[in-house]
Design a protein around this ligand. Structure first.
Ligand code: NAD
Ligand code: MG
Length: 393
């Protein structure tokens, strides 16, 4: 029996994690669940899984939830705020932490889990993008086990065996990308794209922020940085291929010409299940892949069209890791603004690029430095592009 905390339980990854746990109640004990503002969903999850703790954003929501749970005879204790997220991530009783909060808001809790030496299932790619070197150092120093949940990185993890990690035998680490919903649209047709159109991904059902990121290719850009840190791979060995079917989740090319790839239906329950049960494999409820019903095609990623890729390959080439904090923070604010209909679709990328050109900081040595740079970038963007405060729902 393993004891687990799920950070971001009400999101797309969190809900898929709980589906697998519901089918394996003899193997997992749910210690804590967290939500931001989704009261109804976390109430339902608390009823179904009866965790020791639940964390929600505000005191008002926590009081209301505590009252509701108590009146149903449940003993779950409701906490609130960012500090409580850290507590449920590093509690002694916890073996496994699913880090599935979206955005920089997930950094401190996933970092706390790593520092406490937990088995950390990392969906929150933004942690690694903003704080990769500090994060990976903490993994090593604290004996944590870091398992990537992102489908591409989970695939690469499956294609690399332990002793090949740093080996010269690895020629390329190839991330696949669906190309998103606008792959075949002319750039000039993208001006009037609405939030709902951007969130309508052809192959994957995901939260709204990552769906917009997939459409702009920022998601793949974040994933390039994520792979760079996770697999300690130099930037010249990283490649992105457009693969519209999302069947080959990523691959590794070896120096003898062998490609090792991981294939499967586009369903996050596969990488989530793989990381939950690691180092074993167990059945999860996914639609089996019908190889005869699909063709597999690949195209080079166009760096002129997909500016975000150009930006991250360039910052990694220069080892200018502060720029990845700026890139990530800028994107988060601008995607929020786009979802709130305060800026147009193409302004997301244009403003990120402008911010990278105009904003400079010296290097970040601690998590506190990363958080400060992230905050200063957000402040800069709001002023520079005249954005009011917007908030995730
Ligand atoms: P989502 O929007 O569906 O869920 C996000 C979760 O984080 C929710 O539980 C929400 O309540 C919580 N949250 C949001 N803001 C918060 C804040 N400020 N403080 C605390 N909690 C907060 O997102 P998702 O699609 O599940 O993605 C979660 C993470 O996993 C992201 O980092 C994303 O990039 C990554 N990821 C997702 C998928 C996918 O298929 N959904 C695939 C790969 C990676
Ligand atoms: Mg991915």
């Amino acid at each position: 029996m393993k004891t687990i905390s799920i950070l971001g339980a009400t999101g797309s990854i969190g809900q898929n994690t709980l589906k697998i746990i519901a089918d394996n109640q003899d193997k997992f004990n749910v210690y804590a669940l967290s939500a931001h503002h989704n009261y109804d969903k976390i109430l339902e999850q608390a009823r179904n899984f009866q965790p020791k703790y639940v964390v929600i954003a505000t005191k008002a929501l926590a009081d209301k939830l505590q009252h509701a749970l108590k009146s149903e005879g449940l003993e779950t204790i409701v906490l609130f705020g960012a500090k409580a997220l850290i507590e449920i991530a590093r509690a002694d009783e916890v073996d496994i932490v699913m880090a599935a909060i979206v955005g920089m808001a997930g950094l401190e809790s996933s970092y706390a889990a790593v520092c406490a030496g937990k088995k950390v299932l990392l969906a929150n790619k933004e942690s690694l993008v903003a704080a990769g070197n500090i994060f990976m150092k903490a993994v090593k120093e604290n004996g944590a086990t870091l398992l990537p949940v992102d489908s591409e990185h989970n695939a690469i993890f499956q294609c690399l065996t332990d002793n090949q990690y740093h080996a010269k035998e690895v020629d390329k680490v190839i991330l696949t990308a669906s190309g998103g919903p606008f792959r075949n649209k002319a750039l000039s047709d993208l001006e009037s794209i609405t939030p709902d159109e951007a969130c309508n991904h052809p192959n994957w059902k995901m939260g709204r922020k990552i769906s917009v990121d997939s459409s702009t290719m920022v998601n793949k850009a974040l994933e390039v940085i994520e792979a760079y840190w996770l697999f300690n791979v130099s930037v010249d060995k990283l490649e992105v291929l457009i693969h519209p079917q999302s069947i080959v989740h990523s691959m590794v090319k070896y120096c003898d010409g062998s490609y090792i790839a991981q294939l499967g239906s586009p369903d996050m329950k596969t990488p989530i299940g793989y990381s939950l049960f690691f180092p074993e494999r167990q059945a999860v409820n996914v639609t089996p892949l019908d190889l005869c019903a699909t063709s597999l095609t690949f195209e080079k990623a166009d760096f002129i069209r997909f500016r975000a890729l150009e930006m991250v390959f360039s910052l990694l080439g220069e080892k200018d890791y502060v720029k990845s904090i700026i890139f990530n923070a800028a994107n988060e604010v601008l995607v929020e603004a786009f979802l709130a209909e305060k800026i147009q679709y193409l302004q997301i990328i244009a403003y990120i690029e402008q911010t990278l050109a105009e904003l400079h900081f010296s290097s970040a040595k601690t998590i506190e430095d990363v958080i400060e740079i992230d905050q200063k970038t957000r402040d800069f963007i709001k002023q520079r592009f005249l954005l009011d405060d917007v908030m995730y729902t």
